[in-house]
Design a protein around this ligand. Sequence first.
Ligand SMILES: Nc1ncnc2c1ncn2[C@@H]1O[C@H](COP(=O)(O)OP(=O)(O)O)[C@@H](O)[C@H]1O
Ligand SMILES: [Mg+2]
Length: 305
Amino acid sequence: MIIITFVVLNFKYYLMMTKVISILNFKGGVAKTTTTYNLGVALWMLGKRVLLIDTDAQCNLSGMLGFNQQGGDATLNEWLRTDDMPMPVYEQYPGLFYVPSSKALRDIESYLNSKVNREMFLYNKKLKPYFQPQQDGTYMFDYVLIDCSPKEGLMNNNNMSASDYVLIPAECSGFSLQGMQDLLFGINEIKENVNPKLDILGFLIIKYDKQTRISRAVSEFFDSNYGDKVFNTKIRKNVKFDETPLQYKGIFEHAPESNGAEDYMSLAEEITGCTRPDNWQTIAMEAWESANNEQEEETEENQDQ
Ligand SMILES: Nc1ncnc2c1ncn2[C@@H]1O[C@H](COP(=O)(O)OP(=O)(O)O)[C@@H](O)[C@H]1O
Ligand SMILES: [Mg+2]
């Protein structure tokens, strides 16, 4: 009996531990940011507490979240450069949080290079306390998704050093294999030298169109070379993704009935083993509307004062 209780407790404990996933590929335009945002929202809709971190100086994820840096707003850049500063975390919806980026992050490589343990700086000096169990044994976040830039360098090495997993989006184009060897080599270097627990969570086939020969060829290539590491879920090509960043919305807020929303929800189910709630197609839209109504009310109040 004691043994059973011990096992159950530990299993629960294990289930609740923070899982950190870097969304990484050394190519641009392969849906890293799209995946970070929409997978994050899907995990949140499955009841998980989620943190998204934008580590790209292009700030596309921060833009999708509607973050627009005002004078005093702190971002990842200031956090990395300032001792004893709390994490600059913002709440998108209740239970969905993010750390935004800023253009100034483009100069972070030389700063990280000056640090003693330069590959581990982000984890050791910044993230670590936020990923530890709290006093009641629970964790602050169930999932942390790190949106990476396509640049090889210390920022991405730090991201991998702070992660349990790498998720690799692979585009259905003739160029998708270019740079893949460098990427796998880079992941392995970090695993062997810095972070032994790092693993590939999976290759995610994106912009898939089963009518085209190239989509089928890319998908078959990944299946035959990386078999069990390829997600069953493929993200189909869909114009709705291109409409969303303009409106500071993801696919669930903008087009919850599209196959893009269906695909990212399936991916979240595949990763967690959870099943979507019946009302999944309205949750994000309603949260978005209520967050925006609150913002409008605040603006009106400020104008009245
Ligand atoms: N499944 C998809 N179908 C069609 N377009 C997509 C899809 N996923 C992403 N896109 C588009 O591809 C472009 C690049 O995506 P993005 O997430 O910014 O890539 P990255 O972060 O890797 O540079 C964006 O315009 C995005 O809207
Ligand atoms: Mg991006």
